[in-house]
Every structure is written in structure tokens, then in C-alpha cells.
Ligand binder design. Structure first.
Ligand code: SF4
Length: 428
């Protein structure tokens, strides 16, 4: 295997790497004192249940990049100290989110800057974009420690465009504890060069998720509101991969690309670029899309088309050499895992310091500039104690949030403005 090469394996394929992984499970099993929440029992959401869920979700591939395996974007790479820590805290008991059997939280996204030169049609930070940084770097350092104390597996720096706060991004990476979490970056690719990709890798960056939405350059650049966005993203993928940073693409499957008939061509392009994983993030009515036509939400036919394509890409032999697809709306559907926002599996802190349940749900439970993170987190966990087996709350709460905004509420709206609607999600 060459340095920087990405290889995709079906989970059923017997490989040395998979054999080693299975043997490592024995370490978790027999060292109960070190891995107290590792369990096989399906009743506690353990390994048997996780295997069943993985099959149901069609996550039937894994990706090998250099010396590590990536099973999903919400787990640290294996083998690694963060992976071991995740297992010790019940991170593999994915069906037990919100219970004492899973203390680990999969991902936290931190919007470290509101600065960005692009004008993405779907930007979830739309209401926060500005030309200065609000949260001081020392505060981010404190919060990263807090996130690691509550057990966050993957901490992702986002924005705005985090490359526009480059020196402090490096500082955050260099000063963080890399034995507790993996660190990822979400970038449009703006400002990424071969040299700074190597510097980011040296500072401890494990993976980079690049925003790219189309095989067609013009359509992509129009969607991203920036001439040259497509080529920037392509170059960034290449630079990160060559620097030894695992690459994935954050892709918004809009009606336009579905109806263009070129969605498979887009995936072929990413396969040829040796991208590890493609994360599908369906359009959600928040940020720049909050005031958009309701038609941005995919209809049943479009969702069915995506579901079939997803299953084919992840399971059919002819697509074996394609990147693993992570289709969030499919995993989070009520009949599958449900919505894991609010610290059940994920949380978001925006570029103004607001703690929110999900990047797509602009409701703040408090601000890290005015209150300690653990207090805000506890408030959010009380309001959202377990996964929600309902359609995406971002869609369900859209009208309520938009109405508050239209009568003058600042975005994101405060939790106490929408407390009843959030509580009602559990009784729906
Ligand atoms: S609100 Fe829940 S279901 Fe909707 S995008 Fe966020 S995590 Fe997913």
C-alpha cells in the first residue's frame, strides 16, 4: 500500500486489518476494569446490537488509509488512543445513546470563525457571518478540555471558513490533548496549500472534510457563491491526502444535482480522487435556507432515489472501489437511529459561542462567553435527554423558528422561546 492511498473494503472481506481489529476486541472484552462499558449484550446496546444496526444502515464498508481504519466519521480512527477511550466509555454501544451504557458523545463541531469569502446558498452559519472572530482562542481551548472531559470522540473545527483563522487553528491543534479525541477540519478548501496541509497534519489534524457539491464546476461555484470554489476544493483534497490527512467530502444532495443526472458521475470523480468517505447532508431549512422556498427540502421520490443509490454504492460489488457513503438523513430517520442531536451523539458551538443541539437547529441553550460550558450542556441534556424518533426537528421546528425570527428574535433563537415546541417533539 502506497503512502496516502485509500482502500475500501467490504466488511465481509477477510483482511489482515479486520482480523487484527477482531483480535483487539478481545482486549476490550477481557480487561473489564479498563473498558467497563464494552459489552456484547444486545440488551445494553452492545456489540451484537451495533453489528445489527450497522447492517441495517448499510454501512457495510470500511476504509483503510495509511495505517488506520475508518469505520465512520463519528468514530476515531482505529487503532488509536481515542478509539480505546471511546470503547471504554461505551462509544460502541450506539443504540444506547442517552443512557448510562453510552457515556461517550460522538462529535462536536466548533465554528471557530465567522469569517468566510464564500456565499454558499445553504450556509448554516448565514446569520453569524462577519469579518472578525468573536470567541477568543483561550476560550476555545477551555471548551475543548470541557468537551474531552464529557467524552467527545471527534472534535471538528468549522466556521465560517476555519482556514481564515489559520494561526489559531494551528494553536488549537497543537495545544489539545490528542489521546482523548480525533481532530477534524471542515473547510471549503479555501486557502489550503500543500505546505499548510503538512503543517496541519504535523499539528495533529487527523481528517479533513471538504465541502464539494457537484461534478459540474459552474453549478458548484454558483451554489458556493464563489468563482473557483470547485478547483479550490479539488486541490485541497489532493493536498490533504498527500500530507497524510484522511479526506472526506461533505456533500449537499440538492434537487439540482439529483435532477441533473450527474450524481453518479460526481461519485466517480471522488472515487478517482481517492476520497475516503462522502457524507450526504440533505438540505435543511436553516441558515441561508431558512427563508428559502420550502421546495429546497427533498420530496419522497428524491429521497427514495437517494436511498437506493446509497444502498447500491455501499453494497454492490461494482461499487466496491467507491468511497463509503455516510447518509445522515437515512441513519437519523425514525425507523433507524433517530435524531441524535443535543449531546446524544452530537452538538454544535457556533462562531458566536452559542451552544446548539445540531448545526441545522438554530436554537441556543447558552453562550460560552457568558456561562461555563458544563452548565449549558446540562441544560441541553435535560431538554433533549434521549434520541428523538421523529422526522428531523430542523424541518419540524422550521415554522416556529422562522416566526420568532420574523418578529425580531435574534438568530439563533433562545431555548426558552421554543421550550414547549421542543418538549412536544417527544410526545409527537
Ligand atoms: S436536527 Fe437531528 S435529524 Fe435533523 S439534521 Fe440535526 S441531528 Fe439530524
Amino acid at each position: 500500500m502506497k503512502n496516502g492511498e485509500t482502500i475500501y473494503y467490504s466488511c465481509g472481506t477477510p483482511t489482515l486489518a479486520m482480523l487484527k481489529f477482531r483480535i483487539s476486541l478481545l482486549k476490550y472484552l477481557f480487561r473489564k476494569n479498563k473498558y467497563p462499558l464494552f459489552t456484547i449484550s444486545a440488551r445494553q446496546g452492545g456489540l451484537v446490537k451495533t453489528y445489527q444496526i450497522q447492517k441495517k444502515l448499510k454501512m457495510s464498508k470500511y476504509v483503510k488509509f495509511n495505517d488506520h481504519i475508518y469505520f465512520s466519521l463519528t468514530m476515531p480512527r482505529w487503532p488509536s488512543e481515542p478509539f480505546d477511550r471511546m470503547v471504554a466509555r461505551g462509544g460502541l454501544n450506539i443504540a444506547s445513546a442517552g443512557t448510562p451504557y453510552k457515556k461517550q458523545i460522538d462529535t462536536a463541531i466548533l465554528g471557530i470563525t465567522g469569517r468566510c469569502r464564500y456565499g454558499c446558498v445553504h450556509c448554516y452559519e448565514h446569520f453569524n457571518l462577519n469579518d472578525y472572530d468573536v470567541v477568543p482562542v483561550e476560550k476555545w481551548k477551555e471548551v475543548i478540555k470541557d468537551l474531552q472531559k464529557i467524552g467527545v470522540s471527534v472534535i471538528t473545527f468549522s466556521g465560517g471558513e476555519p482556514m481564515m483563522r489559520y494561526d489559531e487553528l494551528i494553536e488549537l491543534l497543537e495545544t489539545s490533548n490528542h489521546s482523548l479525541s480525533d481532530f477534524h477540519l471542515h473547510t471549503s478548501g479555501y486557502g489550503v496549500t500543500a505546505e499548510n496541509a503538512r503543517e496541519l497534519k504535523a499539528a495533529g489534524l487527523i481528517a479533513a472534510g471538504i465541502g464539494l457539491d457537484d461534478v459540474n464546476t459552474d453549478r458548484n461555484d454558483l451554489f458556493r457563491g464563489y468563482n473557483g470554489a470547485h478547483s479550490q476544493a479539488i486541490e485541497a483534497i489532493k493536498y490533504f491526502r498527500e500530507a497524510g490527512v484522511f479526506t472526506y467530502v461533505n456533500f449537499c444532495p440538492t434537487k439540482e444535482i439529483i435532477n441533473s443526472g450527474e450524481i453518479l458521475k460526481f461519485h466517480e470523480m471522488l472515487k478517482d480522487m481517492n476520497v475516503g468517505i462522502i457524507r450526504w447532508l440533505e438540505p435543511r431549512p436553516c441558515g441561508a435556507f431558512l427563508d428559502a422556498d420550502e421546495n429546497i427540502i427533498l420530496n419522497q421520490e428524491e429521497k427514495e432515489f437517494l436511498k437506493n443509490l446509497y444502498i447500491n454504492l455501499n453494497t454492490l460489488p461494482e461499487y466496491r472501489d467507491y468511497p463509503l457513503i455516510s447518509y445522515e438523513a437515512f441513519s437519523e430517520a425514525p425507523e433507524n437511529m433517530g435524531c441524535m442531536m443535543g449531546g446524544n451523539s452530537l452538538l454544535y458551538i457556533d462562531s458566536r459561542g452559542n451552544v446548539e443541539p445540531c448545526v441545522f437547529l438554530p436554537v441556543t441553550f447558552g453562550n460560552i462567553l457568558f456561562e461555563d460550558f458544563p452548565i449549558i450542556f446540562e441544560r441541553m441534556r435535560k431538554a433533549i435527554p434521549k434520541p428523538l424518533k421523529t422526522p428531523c426537528p430542523s424541518i419540524q421546528l422550521r415554522t416556529a423558528i422562522k416566526n420568532r425570527k420574523d418578529i425580531g428574535s435574534k438568530m439563533p433563537i433562545q431555548y426558552n422561546e421554543i421550550v414547549t415546541e421542543i418538549a412536544n417533539l417527544y410526545s409527537a
